[in-house]
Design a protein around this ligand. Structure first.
Ligand code: SF4
Length: 447
């Protein structure tokens, strides 16, 4: 039987990455071989993102880039999956004639059936259904993260309907897995050496709201902390008004749950928050931050803001800038508002010029860089538990690592200047220096 080399590029968020891992998990090894060398691949899959303009551009650029391998490499079949085809469906076929097969976000588990069908055809086809798929603990999945770490998608879709966001139309409405399924997946991963699990969804605090069996994020965590072999459980993408007192208590008291929380807030001005259709206002946000700091020692808070939302005045932006400068966050991401057709906010008047958005993004990031520098400086002298991740990209002389304060792929890292340890091991590290985003230290206690 002919064997095909398959290369997959996954763009966008970790939720999209899990779908890519499900696609790879479905490829039978006697027919398909996974390769990271696109020039050698017979089949290239681009798993796309399209929630904002920048993401769309990156997806199209990547598709056109790998399409060259149809001329210069072995590529016989170019497949585009994920949020771009889900959003633009057949429009894409006209714009991207290089592509042979378009798949929606729910077609991930059907990848073999669709590729085998396409191999028999000489015309491009699309298979884009209703975005209602959610994998389970017994779904074949290749963990593309390092062996000691993994994402677990506990739910997909969203029922919040923020006025600027297209995700509900790309990912469908909220659907949550059962607690049993998530716990079983955590056990399966722990058995393979995973020590860190990052829980993801569009909104993890909405987990279980679509179910009638009492599932909720608090009940899930109470079961997950019992899983042997897992040292770190990190919560990503929480919605502010979904952070309950019970959840705060669990983070504060359960050792395995990282004192880390990612809560996208988007803005601080009441009028803007209302026009974003967010269920919180400045007062509620400040009350939540105060409670979190009081209850959870040593908390690492990540958030994200949108600048340049339609109608955002200089005063409203200055209010956000001042709020960030108050130093509430260890980690912060900033997005320029992207006018997305099909969203309520796209129809709003007073769209902000691109140059203004860019300027506001830079000023907000500068303010945060100062905050982050000071917060890291204050950690010098402390001893932290660090997960060794191998050699730094900067130099083979230095090991690198992350602590419970740093999520994979988005936060800074530790550069280890003294001591030895293997990849995937937890060590005690004394912090000796710091920069805006990274920390430097020496291993004081080997594993
Ligand atoms: S919570 Fe809001 S921003 Fe996040 S995915 Fe849902 S609708 Fe979009």
């Amino acid at each position: 039987m002919e064997k095909f080399k398959v290369s997959l590029v996954s763009l966008g968020c970790p939720k999209n990455l899990v779908d890519a891992e499900v696609m790879l998990g479905h490829l039978p090894v006697d027919r398909y071989e996974i390769t990271t060398d696109e020039s050698q691949a017979d089949i290239i899959v681009v798993n796309t993102c399209s929630f904002i303009n920048d993401a769309k551009e990156e997806s199209v650029d990547t598709i056109l880039e790998v399409a060259d391998y149809k001329e210069t490499g072995n590529c016989k079949l170019l497949v585009v999956s994920g949020c771009l085809p889900q959003r633009y469906k057949d429009e894409l076929r006209k714009q991207l004639p290089e592509v042979d097969l378009f798949m929606g976000t729910a077609e991930a588990p059907r990848i073999v059936e669709l590729i085998e069908r396409q191999l028999q055809l000489d015309v491009a086809t699309s298979e884009i259904g209703t975005p209602d798929y959610l994998y389970d603990h017994d779904t074949p999945r290749v963990n593309s993260s390092p062996f000691y770490s993994s994402y677990i998608k506990i739910a997909d879709g969203c029922a919040n309907h923020c006025s600027y966001c297209v995700i509900p139309s790309l990912r469908g409405t909220l659907r949550s897995r059962s607690i049993e399924s998530v716990v079983q997946e955590a056990k399966n991963l722990a058995a393979k050496g995973v020590r860190e699990i990052n829980l993801i969804a569009q909104d993890i605090t909405a987990y279980g709201m679509d179910r009638t069996d009492g599932a909720c994020i608090e009940a899930l965590l109470k079961e997950l902390v019992k899983v042997e072999g897992i040292d770190w459980i990190r919560l990503l993408y929480a919605y502010p008004d979904g952070v309950s007192d019970e959840l705060i208590e669990l983070i504060a008291t359960e050792e395995k749950i990282c004192n880390y929380l990612d809560i996208p807030l988007q803005h601080i001005d009441d009028q803007i928050l209302a026009e974003m259709n967010r269920r919180v206002d400045e007062q509620k946000i400040r009350t939540l931050l105060k409670k979190l700091r009081e209850k959870i020692p040593d908390l690492t808070l990540r958030t994200s803001f949108i600048v340049g939302f339609p109608g955002e005045t200089r005063e409203q932006f200055d209010k956000l800038l001042k709020f960030v400068a108050e130093g509430h966050f260890e980690r912060l991401g900033v997005f320029r508002y992207s006018r997305e057709e099909g969203t309520a906010a796209a129809a709003l008047a007073n769209q902000i010029p691109a140059q203004t958005k860019k300027g506001r993004l830079n000023r907000l990031m500068k303010a945060q860089a100062r905050v982050s520098f000071e917060k890291n400086r204050a950690l010098i002298g402390r001893i932290e538990t660090v997960l060794v991740e191998g050699y730094s990209e900067e130099t083979e002389l230095l090991l690198k690592g992350r602590s419970a304060r740093q999520a994979p792929d988005v936060d800074g890292q530790y550069l280890i200047t003294a001591g030895q340890a293997d990849v995937g091991q937890l060590v005690q590290l004394k912090i000796t220096d710091s920069s805006e985003y990274d920390l430097i230290g020496e291993i004081v206690e080997e594993p």
